[in-house]
Design a protein around this ligand. Structure first.
Ligand SMILES: Nc1nc2c(c(=O)[nH]1)N[C@H]1C(S)=C(S)[C@@H](COP(=O)(O)O)O[C@H]1N2
Ligand SMILES: [Mo]
Length: 401
């Protein structure tokens, strides 16, 4: 089969310098100088105005303005790939999903039509890269310098992974379920992108193979025709263009499980650990940590001294949001925000809070969320060398007039 590199950025409509600067302000000005010299606004095929970080592989971030609604539109949803050679739409017309593995009782090959014949399930869930906000790490750490937009929330529809696994059955020694997608590296030495889940998470009724995102087919860059959805877990497990699923009796020892996406022990307590992937040195990232994003007012903007509203979103790894608090006095006192409609425990929870009259001049807004499991955003960054799980309370500086 003929394969070629899809450069999502090729033919991208770049914005004018002034528009790019304005959009850059929307993308969050909190990045240390120099972390992002190459970023610019771009509209790769099927997408509108994303922040381009790299082209090969494509890494595009969602700007702040797209988080004003708790559902992120498909055409503004971020894009993250590790490997540069992506499948084309033409190649994916012949897509099939192969089921097997040493701990599967049988094997099968499914088409998209086969998958769609299984009972459909729906879940609204945040897809967030564990490296979201890595660019805001201090001290600086290497890796894609994401600001706040390596995440999105969508309504995903597909088959339950457990129903798919039932088609082949499993042996008692089944330990992990391993996924592979159809993208690959330019050189055969590049480790293929392969991820696995512990059996319990694979069999969780919320874990899906989705073919629909917000009521439409998955965009090519977000995993067409089908991807894994693991609500509550960071997006590294959400395999796009998934082409094979193996039930295995051994822990996956590939690079992307054993070396990448790992955090030191004890720094991030996880409700759902992954014991077969623990080593003496570290653990795999699993649960999304509790976090908030202020969408209004935008940093460095002017607010009305007579009163203004602070708005944003909050989310965690699936316990749901208990409360969101706002402080305008450097965290000495906190006021409780009003939570908007609940779209489910895995979704962005929109919130708002009116600030009464303030003195004209600088205002420093701090916002923190507490999850239903008791977890609260820390004041200080929980440092780890690969730059994951940045959920430190942030300050948004505005000027009241
Ligand atoms: N096939 C494939 N699936 C993948 C990846 C990848 O590189 N290839 N990256 C994973 C990671 S680390 C992230 S953060 C999410 C990003 O999902 P998105 O591109 O739909 O936003 O996809 C996950 N699934
Ligand atoms: Mo990621």
């Amino acid at each position: 089969m003929h394969r070629r590199t899809l450069m999502l950025g090729s033919g991208a409509a770049l914005l004018g310098a002034r528009e790019a600067a304005a959009a850059g302000a929307l993308s969050d000005p909190g990045l240390p100088a120099g972390t992002r010299e190459v970023a610019e606004m771009a509209s790769p095929p099927g997408k509108v105005k994303l922040i381009r970080l790299t082209d090969r592989p494509p890494n595009y971030e969602t700007p702040l303005e797209a988080f004003r609604t708790p559902i992120t539109p498909n055409n503004r949803f971020f894009v993250r790939y590790h490997l540069a050679e992506l499948p084309t739409m033409a190649e994916l017309k012949d897509w099939t999903l192969t089921l097997g593995g040493d701990a599967a009782a049988g094997t099968a090959k499914l088409t998209l039509a086969d998958l769609r014949r299984l009972p459909a399930a729906e879940v609204t869930a945040v897809c967030q890269c564990a490296g979201n906000r890595r660019g805001l790490f201090s001290p600086h750490v290497p890796g894609v310098q994401w600001s706040i937009g390596a995440m999105g929330c969508a309504r995903w529809r597909g088959a339950r992974l457990r129903d798919v696994l039932k088609l082949v059955g499993m042996k008692p020694e089944a330990l992990e379920v391993r996924f592979h997608g159809s993208d690959h590296g330019p050189l055969s030495e590049t480790p293929i992108f392969r991820k696995s889940l512990p059996m319990a998470r694979a069999l969780d009724p919320n874990t899906l193979i989705a073919w629909e995102m917000n009521g439409a087919a998955l965009p090519l860059a977000n995993g067409f025709p089908a991807r894994i959805i693991v609500p509550g877990w960071t997006a590294t497990y959400w395999m796009k263009h998934v082409t094979s699923i193996d039930i295995t009796s051994a822990a996956d020892d590939g690079f992307w499980m054993q070396k990448a996406y790992r955090v030191p022990h004890g720094v991030f307590p996880a409700a759902a650990p992954f014991p077969s992937q623990d080593t003496a040195q570290n653990s795999p990232v699993t649960d999304i940590v509790v976090n908030t994003l202020v969408t209004d007012p935008v940093a460095d903007s002017r607010v009305h001294a007579g009163g203004f509203e602070v708005r944003g979103i909050a989310w965690d790894g699936g316990s749901g949001i208990h409360q969101v608090e706002v402080s305008i006095d450097e965290g000495k006192t906190w006021q409780t925000a009003k939570l908007d409609k609940d779209l489910g425990p895995f979704a962005f929870r929109a919130w708002r809070h009116p600030i009464a009259r303030v003195a004209p001049g600088p205002v420093a807004l701090r916002v923190r969320a507490t999850a239903n499991n008791g977890a609260v955003q820390p004041d200080q960054l929980m440092f780890n060398p690969a730059g994951y799980h940045n959920n430190a309370v942030r300050t948004v500086h505005v000027v009241a007039a």
